[in-house]
Design a protein. Structure first.
Length: 146
């Protein structure tokens, strides 16, 4: 039996090279496709940072392929290594991050997320997206510290 795809959630707001590296290594080890996904709440431009470059992921209702092309450019500019030996898919999804990611976990073998560690005081007031997804996911979730 083949393991389902591995997915890496891309926020485009921090250094995501460790997330990408973990996903690439797992996809190679298990010989499965790798999906890079980005979730946005609305159809707007999301700006992310990779090294000193500003990458724009354009979300357009009439042209979803353009958003996925922008996501692909962001991932490749961040990782900067060859990933032609694995099958890679890029998806831009719309909706509430927690709900979309939890639903997405029904069809994959593992989800890789960045983890924002909050101190004890802040943790009492704020539940982060990664913690909510971790508690509701339908597949294993790997949290990578940011």
């Amino acid at each position: 039996m083949r393991m389902p795809d591995i997915a890496v959630a891309i926020s485009a707001h921090c250094d995501e090279k460790p997330h990408i590296l973990a996903g690439v290594n797992m996809a190679r080890a298990f010989h499965v496709p790798l999906r890079f996904i980005h979730v946005t709440a609305s159809m707007m431009v999301i700006t992310g940072y990779s090294s000193s470059e500003i990458i724009e992921i354009e979300i357009e209702e009439n042209d979803p392929c353009r958003a996925e092309d922008s996501l692909e450019k962001y991932v490749l500019s961040t990782y900067k290594n060859d990933i032609t030996d694995i099958q890679v898919h890029y998806e831009v999804l719309r909706g509430d991050s927690v709900n979309v990611l939890v639903e997405y976990t029904r069809d994959i073998g593992c989800l890789i997320l960045g983890h924002h560690h909050l101190n004890g005081f802040m943790h009492g007031f704020i539940n982060t997206v990664d913690e909510k997804v971790l508690n509701q996911a339908q597949c294993p979730v790997m949290l990578i510290p940011e």
